[in-house]
Design a protein around this ligand. Structure first.
Ligand code: XBP
Ligand code: MG
Length: 256
């Protein structure tokens, strides 16, 4: 029986990358006096590397190899990431990163129907707390039984580690849950943990390989603007509500 919904954060709960994380990275680079600037296009390419620290290291090795090779570079990256996270949290608290369509209503309805909620994300815990408080509700962190974020696991997405970490702490088998993702890396991670997954793609992930997803939608949909079904057993447009998720889950399990 469906017992829990597990949500990715960046790109799934909210469109946080282009106008959130990317802006925060550039502000940190500026403060550090680094001549680095990640424009919208370059950032879309760098998103192939999950984890902000890992993304900066990847960029430095490619564009500033002499700096990356210097002693103390790792310490510089960690300090830079702390600064970036401060800027990102400020952006979130300023209300610049609203939830995607249908996310708030689905979370509230799921909670009211007794479904458990969890988060499995590559982003840093501070970012999750800030987004839930600013964009969902001041007490929203307590809505989630488990929040798995950032460095709590050695391997980030597309490795399944964060989803396995969350399932273990939920005390549930993957078959009793559904995952929600926005990217190819995230889908791989969820599938790797045995989770049936609903994808809502975005500007940076449209066109990713979503093989294995139960459904691929433009977003979760709202009555005044139902979501576009890009792939799945529905045609046209839909709004993802608890009843539909239970129907999908029953279909998935019956095919096992
Ligand atoms: C997206 C990520 C994160 C963010 C930046 O995470 O890969 O690294 O881009 O956040 P998800 P940090 O889609 O799994 O939510 O700088 O805190 O890593
Ligand atoms: Mg994501």
């Amino acid at each position: 029986m469906l017992q829990a919904l597990i949500f990715d954060v960046d790109g799934t709960l909210a469109d946080t990358e282009r106008d959130g994380h990317r802006v925060a990275f550039n502000a940190a680079f500026r403060d550090a006096g680094l001549p680095w600037h990640w424009d919208v296009t370059l950032y879309g390419e760098l998103l192939a590397v999950t984890g902000g620290k890992e993304r900066m290291l990847h960029y430095a090795r490619q564009y500033a190899p002499e700096l990356a090779a210097k002693a103390g570079f790792d310490t510089l990256m960690r300090k830079l990431h702390v600064l970036k996270t401060e800027y990102y949290v400020q952006l979130v608290h300023a209300g610049h990163l609203p939830l995607r369509p249908g996310v708030g209503s689905l979370l509230r309805a799921a909670r009211a129907s007794g479904l458990r909620l969890a988060i499995a994300t590559t982003t840093s815990p501070e970012n999750v707390s800030a987004l839930l408080r600013a964009s969902l509700a001041p007490d929203a962190e307590s809505w989630f039984d488990v929040i798995g974020a950032g460095d709590v696991v050695p391997e980030k997405k597309p490795a399944p580690d964060i989803y396995l970490w969350v399932l273990e702490r939920l005390g549930l088998p993957a078959d009793d849950c559904l995952a929600f993702e926005d990217s190819g890396n995230g889908l791989k991670a969820a599938l790797g943990a045995g989770l049936a997954t609903v994808v809502t793609d975005g500007e940076y992930t449209h066109g990713h390989d979503f093989s294995g997803a139960h459904a691929v939608l433009s977003d979760l949909g709202v009555p005044e603007r139902p979501a576009e079904v890009r792939r799945g057993d529905m045609h046209g447009r839909c709004c993802v509500d608890v009843d539909l998720l239970r129907l999908w889950h029953d279909k998935i399990i019956s095919k096992k």
